[in-house]
Design a protein around this ligand. Structure first.
Ligand code: PEP
Ligand code: MG
Length: 576
């Protein structure tokens, strides 16, 4: 039995046989072609391009129906590769010059392109190397007249094990026979992880060397919520997880019964349970899971997978749609948060030694008022269509908040000048995710309408643990006393100033910590939609006074491990 820890990409538990998917390699012979056969080779190439185009459009249509517009748009980049004149002309001119078979020439040109793109120090262009590889393999397959042995052919319910999965691979997984997937590489924001969430299957990524450690047919346990994969579990572990899975199924049914009820404790304290989204087309899932609003709309995903920036109108229509769909419930739009592990090539952010400590989020926006104000104007314009609020990420002190608010005032003036309507009283919140903001929460609270604690970053900055580095993942402890103390002091400062405090980092959706957060006085919890029913169930099962007692006791403990164990015990007493 081997247990591996990776990056939790999509929650849930699955148990099943592994199905290893190798990267598709072709043996391509180098053959000399007679001069008179060159036109036939060119025709072969053109037909392969047309066939590939048809396949991608077909796939795109299916994905758009099954998963939504946004996922389907990932393939726009593939279609662009097919239309790349430089690539096509290079193949044809080399074909004429070298008089070799087109499959060979194409594979050589492909290799050159991939190598050039993967060396570029720009995350967006690096990603394009994966697109070129993906679409290039399709063209080669069609040139060679091979059928794709895709994941769609899998007959039994399996767990896919791969070095990485391309968007086409993940899309082809839209089959009832894939129980989970695990990969060597990838991060939380990779295309693959985003798609896994939409598919609602567990996924763990960033498991260095899993393809070497696993053979097809091995039994795997995938715990996508914890980022754990167990290879060939012993009988005891298998039984333990089968028990957990059964319990999860039984409990999930219980949770679903309360999903549309208020999150109110047995002694009458009501909190709000909201959802986090990245794309507007997640709204139906948000409603389905009983959310009371959207507590975090991560707008930077809107800028991804495209080489230009969205226009003000594009922003406006996306926000208007979400505002109208969710109305009268609140929607908190988080302004652009790029940098860190999220790069957008259109902004040419230079390579930095420590991107998480660098030119990120509000720092970038304050330096680029053109980009920032465009988004602010769109949010303001959309604010008349529902209950929109906005919040700034990565605020580290009051001056940044004041500067951002000055730009907001300018954006308002610009709209007034143009005679466009907006909600002048739109609430403006501050994300508390930098320790200096947590420590000066009393000062920030004077000029903020609400707080939202971004624990994903607050934990990495306060414990000095890179949130995306699997080597130090064991130190990334939401239950660490330092984190609990910071959270408590933020909540106390907010309440002192009579403003509400939400939490939108992953910690807010951690069932074992829900009782402590409730007891500390958190007003709003925002999380991935799937966890909402469970959180509501927990809150409805406990009294506020009891939760306060649990929080007090937890605050006296010395380590994250102790807190975690204590909290799990209390939760087990309540959720039976
Ligand atoms: C956070 O840091 O907790 C947060 C919600 O923002 P993000 O995960 O997008 O950085
Ligand atoms: Mg953050």
């Amino acid at each position: 039995m081997i247990e591996l820890k990776g990056i939790a990409a999509a929650g849930g538990i699955s148990i099943g046989p592994a199905h290893k998917v190798g990267s598709e390699e072709f043996v391509i012979l180098r053959e000399v072609v007679a001069w008179e056969d060159i036109p036939a080779q060119i025709q072969l190439f053109e037909e392969a391009l047309i066939k590939t185009r048809r396949e991608i459009i077909e796939l795109q249509k299916r994905i758009s129906l099954d998963m939504g517009q946004e996922e389907a748009q990932i393939f726009d980049a593939h279609l662009l590769v097919l239309e790349d004149r430089m690539l096509i002309e290079e193949v044809i001119s080399r074909l004429k010059k070298e008089q070799l078979n087109v499959a060979y020439i194409f594979s050589e040109v492909l290799k050159k392109y991939i190598s050039v793109f993967s060396k570029i120090e720009d995350e967006y262009l690096k990603e394009r190397a994966a697109d070129i590889n993906d679409v290039g393999k399709r063209i080669l397959r069609n040139l060679l007249g091979r059928e794709k042995k895709g994941l769609g052919d899998v007959k039994e319910k399996v767990i896919i094990v791969a070095h990485d999965l391309s968007p086409s691979d993940t899309a082809a997984m839209h089959t009832k026979n894939v129980a989970a997937f695990v990969t060597n590489i990838g991060g939380k924001t990779s295309h693959t992880a985003i798609m896994a969430k939409s598919l609602e299957i567990p996924a763990v990524v960033g498991l260095e060397g899993i393809t070497v450690k696993v053979n097809s047919g091995d039994i795997l346990i995938v715990d996508g919520s914890m980022g754990i994969v167990i290879i060939n579990p012993d009988e005891e572990t298998l039984k333990d997880y089968q028990g957990r899975l059964e319990k999860l199924k039984g409990i999930a049914e219980k949770f679903l019964l309360v999903k549309d009820l208020a999150a109110v404790t047995t002694d009458g304290r009501e909190v709000m349970i909201n959802a986090n989204i990245e794309f507007p087309d997640e709204v139906p899932s948000v409603k389905l899971h009983g959310s009371e609003g959207i507590g975090l709309y991560r707008t930077e995903f809107f800028y991804m997978n495209r080489s230009d920036s969205p226009s003000e109108d594009e922003h406006y229509h996306a926000y208007k749609y979400v505002a109208e769909e969710m109305s009268p419930h609140p929607v908190i739009i988080r302004t652009l948060d790029i940098g860190g592990d999220k790069f957008l090539s259109q902004f040419r952010i230079p390579h930095e030694m420590q991107p998480f400590l660098g030119w990120r989020a509000i720092r970038f926006c304050l330096a680029r008022p053109d980009i920032f104000k465009l988004q602010l104007r769109a949010i303001l314009r959309a604010s008349v269509h529902g209950n929109l609020k906005l919040m700034y990420p990565m605020i580290s002190g009051i001056e940044e908040l004041q500067q951002a608010n000055r730009l907001l005032s300018e954006a308002k003036e610009e709209l007034t000048h143009k005679g466009l309507k907006f909600n002048d009283k739109i609430q403006v919140g501050v994300m508390i995710e930098v320790p200096s903001a947590a420590m000066t929460a009393d000062i920030l609270a004077k000029e903020a309408d609400f707080f939202s604690i971004g624990t994903n970053d607050l934990i990495q900055y306060s414990l000095a643990v890179d949130r995306a580095n699997e080597k130090v993942a064991y130190l990334y402890e939401p239950a660490h006393p330092a984190v609990l103390r910071l959270v408590k002091s933020i909540i106390d400062a907010a309440h002192q100033a009579k403003i509400k405090v939400a939490m939108c980092g992953e910690m807010a959706g951690d069932p074992s910590l829900a009782l402590i957060l409730l007891g500390l006085g958190l007003d709003e919890f925002s999380m991935p939609p799937q966890v909402i029913p469970e959180l509501k169930y927990i809150i409805r099962a406990v009294g506020f006074k009891a939760a306060q007692k649990i929080a007090n006791e937890a605050m006296k403990l010395s380590t994250g491990g102790q807190v975690e164990e204590f909290a799990q015990g209390k939760l087990a007493e309540i959720v039976k």
